[in-house]
Design a protein around this ligand. Structure first.
Ligand code: PGA
Length: 251
């Protein structure tokens, strides 16, 4: 089995002004530097206006930087959009794509997510592709069908373990304090890996993150669950102590 290093990714969403972002990122960068060898990679994904200052503040640290979305194009007449080339220029190495809040609030389809991911990969970014079912879909027994279709439809050409990370985030677990049980998480992650293997041939090395109310109190159990290769963290990524504790829960 391939060795998959855990990825602990912080999705700041639409939170924080420049001073907050600089303080949080510098704190984490300092801890990472001081900690020496750790069992995880750590990533922060601030809102667009904070990417440049945060990127400059963490250049000399192992803390990685990512965007929360990008356009499927590199430049041009696309008011309000931010291109993957611009993310790269700001120091990003990752971009979150197809988060359920974007699928819901901005009507992003699987095809749109795929196009964005292809543009992002073309710029050398790693695309973190988010998938997940709603509570109604899970109750109707459709969780695997929904997630399987999202994986198949969103996966870019050129996807492999070096270009794509999948984040499974059940919509009903995001920001609600509810988490899926480790058994449900293991089942879904195993299902996703099998779907990836069908599409890619070999998915052994692809990282699959869990997201949805990950906190210091549940991180150790979730991070030791089969086929869970890290976490995509919203609320708890805004506090350095909590986010760091999630990282250090990785073994
Ligand atoms: P949460 O958000 O940790 O606040 O539930 C996770 C996410 O939406 O990525």
């Amino acid at each position: 089995m391939a060795e998959r290093r855990k990825l602990i990714a912080g999705n700041w969403k639409m939170n924080g002004l420049k001073a907050d972002g600089l303080e949080l990122a510098s704190d984490l960068a300092g801890r990472l530097k001081g900690a020496g060898a750790v069992a995880f990679d750590m990533l922060v994904c601030p809102p667009f206006p904070l990417l440049f200052p945060v990127g400059e503040a963490i250049t000399d640290s192992p803390l990685a930087l990512g965007g929360q979305d990008c356009a499927p194009k590199l430049s041009g007449a696309h008011t309000g959009d931010v291109s993957p080339q611009m993310l790269k220029d700001a120091g990003c190495s990752f971009v979150i794509l197809g988060h359920s809040e974007r699928r819901q609030d901005h009507g992003e389809t699987d095809a749109a997510v795929k196009a964005k991911a292809e543009a992002a990969i073309g710029q050398g970014l790693v695309a973190i592709i988010c998938v997940g079912e709603t509570e109604a879909q899970r109750e109707a027994g459709q969780a695997e069908a929904v997630v399987g279709a999202q994986v198949a439809g969103s996966l870019p050409a050129g996807a492999n373990a070096a270009t794509v990370v999948i984040a499974y985030e059940p919509v009903w677990a995001i920001g609600t304090g509810k988490t899926a049980t480790p058994a449900d998480v293991a089942a879904m992650h195993g299902f996703i890996r099998a779907e990836l293997a069908k599409a890619l041939g070999d998915a052994d090395a692809v990282r699959i993150l869990y997201g949805g109310s990950v906190k210091p109190g549940n991180a150790a159990e979730l991070m030791s669950t089969a086929d869970v290769d890290g976490a995509l963290v919203g609320g708890a990524s805004l506090k350095a102590d909590d986010f760091w504790a999630i990282g250090t829960s990785c073994r």
